[in-house]
Design a protein. Structure first.
Length: 407
């Protein structure tokens, strides 16, 4: 099929502008003047700088020689997506171009950029070595306290003060701004830019739908099983390797289209999202937990939280439980079975977003127990035990106790 892309060039060239305005993460893109296209599609050449540190000065020989070099590394895109569109035949190419411009612009704005934002933020959140914290934030004071803690941790890690970008949900940013102006302004001014990220784009992991099979025909993305919502994410621009491209590389006219009577447009988006190894502390991800240790139990079957665990017990975003879990005896309220009345127990409360759903909890290979309650008390036979929680068959998280201390 012949490619009739030339008459539509002026509309295609505007797609990168639409992306830059709509994508929250576009602020992290590398300078396009420093990035080169690779030999193969979906590859970029990214400049990498290395330099020696200071050396001793000698009065006799003077300065020790050092080396500064810039080399280009080939980076293959981890994100490579596309879509084919049919647009009804128009009276002339100019009219068709206007229709295409509106279609492509809307698609990039409402489908492509949300997905690319979600992919990049989830990718960064899943990388080893970045700074993380998790807590439920419900007030402006809690949001500001969490931001102050995050900035302090990065400052102590000698993270560059300049170029810090705060990505935060609109809800939490509003809460923060509604606190006394002098307080909120002082902390929010620590960031070079603030970008609002709607919660659907802001998860620790996503699943890209293939757009070809079963219930994935519509394409797009969704939060992955076990993914946690992100409250805010501080990212230093100089800590990430990011670049993307949006293009329409082929257009088939109605005369040459053998499958329909309209124009056929082929859209493609690709991107890299990586972190410099020596700058991982330039990223701080604050996560909303799927489950946490409650401060008190509504129904502890005759026991309080402090009866079961020490105050250092925490549940990490990956499901790892840490801290000291006490040995309990005569826990008759937990079970009528004698063997279940002693051992180690963990109180857990699931996040309120699972309210109204059927919760199942499976211990190792045992039959799962179901309930609509968000509060659970789990008996832990050994440190190798695992509990998998699901909400309406979607995995919430799997708890493990390899890093916990069973007293």
């Amino acid at each position: 099929m012949p490619n009739t892309i030339t008459p539509f060039k002026k509309y295609i060239n505007k797609l990168d502008t639409v992306y830059a305005q709509a994508a929250a993460t576009s602020v992290l893109d590398a300078d396009p003047e420093t990035v080169r296209m690779g030999q193969n599609a979906g590859e970029f050449l990214i400049p990498m700088m290395t330099m020696d540190g200071l050396a001793d000065y000698d009065r006799g020989t003077g300065y020790a020689s050092g080396n500064v070099s810039i080399t280009y590394q080939t980076k293959k895109c981890g994100y490579d997506r596309g879509r084919k569109f049919d647009v009804d035949a128009m009276d002339d190419e100019e009219t068709a171009g206007i229709a295409f411009g509106k279609l492509a612009g809307e698609f990039v704005r409402t489908r492509a950029t949300p997905e690319m934002d979600a992919y990049r933020l989830a990718t960064y959140a899943g990388m080893d070595g970045i700074l993380t914290e998790q807590a439920k934030l419900t007030t402006g004071e809690e949001v500001l306290a969490a931001l102050i803690a995050a900035v302090n941790v990065q400052d102590e890690a000698e993270v560059n003060h300049e170029g810090k970008v705060l990505f935060i949900t609109p809800t939490l940013l509003t809460l923060a701004k509604n606190v006394k102006t002098t307080v909120s302004k002082a902390i929010l001014e620590r960031f070079s830019e603030i970008k609002e990220v709607p919660q659907p784009r802001f998860y620790t992991a996503i699943e890209l739908l293939d757009g070809k099979s079963g219930d994935e025909l519509a394409g797009g993305y969704k939060p992955a099983d076990g993914a946690n919502p992100i409250n805010f994410f501080i990212i230093n621009k100089d800590a990430v390797i990011q670049f993307g491209k949006h293009t329409v590389n082929k257009i088939i006219s109605p005369d040459a289209n053998q499958t329909s009577d309209g124009y056929m447009f082929f859209y493609r988006a690709y991107s890299i999202a990586e972190i410099y190894d020596n700058k991982r502390k330039g990223l701080y991800c604050h996560i909303s937990p799927s489950a946490q240790v409650p401060t008190e139990l509504k129904n502890g079957y005759g026991k309080s939280v402090s009866d079961l665990i020490a105050d250092n017990v925490k549940i990490s975003a990956d499901g790892s439980v840490t801290g000291n879990i006490k040995k309990v005896t005569d826990y008759t309220g937990f079970s009528g079975v004698k063997a279940e009345q002693s051992g180690h127990y963990l109180p857990v409360v699931l996040d309120s977003r699972y309210s109204g759903k059927t919760i199942s909890c499976q211990r190792d290979s045992d039959d799962p127990k179901t309930s609509t309650d968000l509060e659970w008390v789990l008996r832990i036979p050994s440190s190798s035990t695992k509990f998998t929680f699901k909400a309406d068959d979607d995995i919430i998280m799997t708890l493990n106790f390899e890093r916990a201390t069973l007293e």
